[in-house]
Structures are given as structure tokens and as C-alpha cells.
Design a protein around this ligand. Structure first.
Ligand code: S3P
Length: 444
């Protein structure tokens, strides 16, 4: 338990300035894991130093990798080689980090030892069966609380079996867990995904020297890993996190007169759906100086205020913007007309039930919101909602940040009961946003 840190956000004037957001969380987790499984020294720059990623660093250390911090975002990892991790002496506490938990379950599943995993109340409530089911097919065993929830023990196998697994839900975490288990498995491990999800694991596997084939099949995109490669240390440059960039981008779209630059944002097409949706809503987002950094497309985003209108966001786009629906819903609440966000079933099993967080929080702000099945319908009036409410963050960093962004335009301020979870993905969020002109302050 931590002492709650309430924050309040009040209406702000035009936003201006240039900022860099912290490094990409997905890539940061993977860089530490791959560095720990490779032979030699991997140097990482731009690593996100949020609590989730620090939990991965601690877990990799506990299993034998050498992980050293040289300076801000500059880390070195000396790995043990594929299959070379050691049994951790103590339970691995992954805090709030679902990605760390699920990916490490895959890593551990194909090692001949047992590891215990736990986390905070949010992580302990999240479904893990989606990962234990395929990993059990590969030979690992699990002892968990009901519904596959943490705390759980992974009993890794000495003789993992390769599988071809079709994802029942669009989840990069599940895909990655299976591929990571496939690393220490003889033969070929394949994952077929009906909807393509972020491909950082496949890209990084190749970057570290593994053979990965991608094919389009009638069932969907198939990624095949040739098992037991020799992974060789490789330097990783982590781009700015598009999921974090979405917060200042939406703020500048909403606050009249704003003109900001969010520099160095990763724009992997399987991550950039939120910017497409915002542009469809009429947002002025310009990609300046597009380039490739560390194998990922990157650009500086110049964002200027523009009146937004409602749009229909198709379900097929959900995997490319799965973490951004909350902040997009804030934009929709201020836009004119109806926005329909389709296919949001996965939002119910994130750090909290984010579909409920959108519906309940926006309704409390005076917005008309309806949930029909897995779709969320938001009727904006073209004017920011009233606000003047307190939002429970529910240990969910993105709830806290999204409603603080909305507070920049509501008539009355918005208060968050506890912004401490923001440190999991975006340390320094309030100060960085205030440097652009937002008015986020502590509450006594
Ligand atoms: C992530 C995948 C997504 C996303 C999460 C990070 C990853 O989860 O919500 O924040 O790094 O693979 P799912 O794959 O479960 O949708």
C-alpha cells in the first residue's frame, strides 16, 4: 500500500513548447528481457524508467542477468544466453506490470525451474489463463488462484514442446509469451493472430539474431520462431512511447490556441491508431522529420488546436490503439457529435475495467455515454463538459492521466484520488504537462 497522491487539473490557457515523452514501455520491457537472454552486453538508451519496467529489470536480475544503470535512460544488460536463467530465490513482485508478468511467464515456462509471481491489487485481479493455456500446451505447469489469477507459480519444463497457437484474443502479450517460451524450445513455435497486434517481440527477436518468419495465412498473420537460437547482444534505442505521447497530443487538440511539438515519438503502424482516429476527428497533427531510430519509425508530432467532430472507430483498429481509448474518449467528450468506439472487450481486463472508467467518469462529468455490448457511444456537444468531479484512478495510470487531461478544458476542475500509479509508465507526467501550460497541482 502507498499513501494516495491526489492531483487536481484546472482549465488551462493555450499550450506551447516542445517536449519528449518517456521511452516506449513495450520496447523497454523487451529490451531488458532480450538483453538478459542474449550473450554479451546489450546497451539500451532511452529506456523508460517507470515502475513497470524497473520491475522487469529486478526480475531479470533475480534470475541471473546483470542489469546496470549508467545514467538517465542508459542501461547495460549482460545476458546469460537462451535457457540460461536461474531459479529466483524469492517471489517475483511485478507490481502493476501486466506486460512484465505475461512475457516473463513465457520466458520462465521453458526453463527447468519454478518461480512465484505476484503483484499489486490491480495485477492480482487480471486474467492470466490466456497465457497459462498455451504455455501448458508447451509443457509448463501452473498453480494459481481461481481464474488463473496471481499469485501464481510457474513450474517450467525441461522438455518444452513447440506449438502452433491461434490467439483467441488479440493480445501481443499472449503472442509474446508463446514466442518467448519458443526461444528455449527445439523446433518451430508459431503464433497465428486473427488481428495483427504490436510486433515489437518479432522485431526484437530478429534484432538479436533469431530467425522469425512472418506469413499471411487464411487464419491470420502467422509468426514462426526457429527455436534455440544463439541470441547475441544488440544495442537498443527506445523511441518515445506513442501511448504516452497521446496525452499531450490530446491536450493540445482540446485547449484552444495550442501549438506544441512532441518530439521523437515511435510511430510503429501497429501502435499509431490513435493518431489516425484523432486526424479523422479533424485534429491538426503533423509528422515532422520522419526517421527510423532503432528499427522503428519515429517522428516529431506538431499538434495545433482544432475543433474536433465525432467519428466511428472500427473494431479492427483496436489492437493498434488499445491503450489509447481512454484518452481518445476524453477527446470524443469534447468533440461535436457522436463518436462510436467499437470492439472494446479487451478494455475490461486492463489495469482496471477501462470501459467502465470511460462510461462512469464521463457520465459524472455530464457527458452522454452509452455502452452497447463491446461498443462505447459518446455524444459530444462540441463544448467541454462541466467537470467539477473526483475520479477514482483504481490503480490505473491511464485513468489518472486521461482525466487530468480532460480537466484542462472542463468548466470546473477534475480531481484524481490517487495519481501515484502514473509513475508506472510516465514518471514526471504532471511537471512535463505543466511545462506546456497545463495546470495540474497537488491537493492538500
Ligand atoms: C502490450 C500489449 C497490450 C497493451 C499493453 C502492452 C505489450 O496488451 O495493452 O499495455 O507490450 O505487449 P495486450 O496484448 O494484452 O492487449
Amino acid at each position: 500500500m502507498h499513501a494516495p497522491r491526489p492531483l487536481l487539473s484546472r482549465r488551462a490557457g493555450p499550450l506551447s513548447g516542445t517536449i519528449y515523452v518517456p521511452g516506449d514501455k513495450s520496447i523497454s520491457h523487451r529490451a531488458l528481457m532480450f538483453g538478459g537472454l542474449a550473450l554479451g552486453e546489450t546497451r539500451i538508451t532511452g529506456l523508460l524508467e517507470g515502475e513497470d519496467v524497473l520491475a522487469t529489470a529486478a526480475a531479470m536480475r533475480a534470475m541471473g542477468a546483470t542489469v546496470t544503470r549508467d545514467g538517465v535512460g542508459a542501461w547495460r544488460v549482460t545476458g546469460v544466453g537462451v535457457g540460461g536463467l536461474m531459479e529466483p530465490e524469492a517471489p517475483l513482485d511485478l507490481g502493476n506490470a501486466g506486460t512484465a508478468t505475461r512475457l516473463l511467464m513465457g520466458v520462465i515456462a521453458a526453463h527447468p525451474f519454478t518461480a512465484f509471481m505476484t503483484g499489486d491489487a490491480s495485477l492480482r485481479s487480471r486474467p492470466m489463463a490466456r497465457v497459462t493455456v498455451p504455455l501448458a500446451l508447451m509443457g509448463a505447469r501452473f498453480v494459481s488462484r481461481s481464474k488463473g489469477r496471481l499469485p501464481l507459480a510457474v513450474i517450467g519444463t525441461e522438455n518444452p514442446t513447440p506449438i502452433t497457437y491461434t490467439l483467441p484474443v488479440a493480445s501481443a502479450q499472449v503472442k509474446s509469451a508463446v514466442l518467448l517460451a519458443g526461444l528455449n524450445t527445439p523446433g518451430e513455435t508459431s503464433v497465428i493472430e486473427p488481428e495483427p497486434t504490436r510486433d515489437h517481440t518479432e522485431n526484437m527477436l530478429r534484432h538479436f539474431g533469431a530467425e522469425v518468419r512472418i506469413e499471411e495465412t487464411p487464419e491470420g498473420r502467422k509468426a514462426t520462431l526457429v527455436g534455440q537460437p544463439i541470441l547475441k547482444a544488440a544495442d537498443v534505442v527506445v523511441p518515445g512511447d506513442p501511448s504516452s505521447a497521446a496525452f499531450p497530443v490530446v491536450a493540445a487538440c482540446l485547449v484552444p490556441g495550442s501549438d506544441i511539438i512532441v518530439a521523437g515519438v515511435g510511430l510503429n503502424p501497429l501502435r499509431a491508431g490513435v493518431f489516425i482516429a484523432l486526424k479523422e476527428m479533424g485534429a491538426s497533427i503533423e509528422e515532422v522529420n520522419p526517421r527510423t531510430e532503432g528499427g522503428e519509425p519515429v517522428a516529431d508530432l506538431r499538434v495545433r488546436f482544432a475543433p474536433l467532430h465525432g467519428v466511428d472507430v472500427p473494431a479492427a483498429r483496436a489492437p493498434s490503439m488499445i491503450d489509447e481509448y481512454l484518452v481518445l474518449a476524453m477527446a470524443a467528450a469534447c468533440a461535436s457529435g457522436r463518436t462510436i468506439l467499437r470492439g472494446l472487450s479487451e478494455l475490461r481486463v486492463k489495469e482496471s475495467d477501462r470501459l467502465a472508467a470511460i462510461a462512469d467518469g464521463l457520465a459524472a462529468c455530464g457527458v452522454r455515454v452509452t455502452v452497447e455490448g463491446d461498443d462505447c457511444i459518446i455524444d459530444g456537444t462540441g463544448t467541454p463538459p462541466q467537470g467539477g468531479i473526483a475520479i477514482a484512478a483504481k490503480l490505473d495510470h491511464r485513468i489518472a492521466m486521461s482525466y487530468l487531461i480532460l480537466g484542462a478544458v472542463t468548466a470546473e476542475p477534475i480531481t484524481i484520488d490517487d495519481a501515484a500509479p502514473v509513475d508506472t509508465s510516465f514518471p514526471g507526467f504532471a511537471d512535463l504537462m505543466n511545462s506546456l501550460g497545463l495546470k495540474i497541482e497537488g491537493v492538500a
